[in-house]
Design a protein around this ligand. Structure first.
Ligand code: ZN
Ligand code: MN
Length: 168
């Protein structure tokens, strides 16, 4: 394959960094919005809106939860942020918009990225005429920290997780 003449050109053109993203999305560049974008930049914890609000409002006491939600919605609508529905408790946000999958702990709700391409195919009969563009898989289980917790807690966790863990 032919190498691109300017390796960094695409990143620059897309407007990398929080300020570039604001400009690209036509969002007014406010310090609060920049702080939200900076908090999300490279964040692999898949935070919810309220966690983002908690983290950023320390520096900007005037920040409203509505501003957080509006900023997240703009980023999501422009394809710069993934809104994940894999945690039944709340929407989680992922600045990594490249295709990837997740491990979800049913006890502490930690979400970890899986960078792997699964070779999956749907039989024609089940595809309902859809043209498949991609997939996102959530693997539910217990993380190493939660595996160490006592058996009583484990029973409670499994009841909570039972609603969305399908056992083979
Ligand atoms: Zn856990
Ligand atoms: Mn992710």
């Amino acid at each position: 394959m032919k190498k691109s003449a300017k390796p960094g050109a695409e990143r620059v053109k897309q407007g990398s960094g929080p300020e570039g993203i604001c400009r690209e999305l036509g969002l007014k560049l406010t310090p609060q919005r920049l702080a939200i974008l900076e908090y999300l930049d490279g964040n692999t914890a898949h935070p919810g809106a309220e966690e983002i609000y908690e983290a950023v409002s320390g520096r900007f006491p005037g920040l409203s939860l509505a501003t957080v939600y509006n900023t997240l919605a703009s980023l999501r609508d422009k394809g710069r942020l993934l809104e994940l529905a894999i945690d039944p408790a709340k929407r989680r946000y992922d600045p990594d918009t490249k295709p990837h999958h997740h491990l979800i702990c049913v006890a502490c709700r930690r979400i970890v990225d899986i960078e792997h391409t699964f070779d999956l195919e749907i039989p024609d009969a089940l595809r309902m005429g859809f043209e498949i563009k991609g997939n996102e898989i959530g693997f539910y289980g217990r993380c190493p920290d939660c595996k160490k917790t006592d058996a009583r807690k484990q029973k409670r966790d499994l009841r909570q997780g039972g609603a969305y863990v399908r056992r083979p």
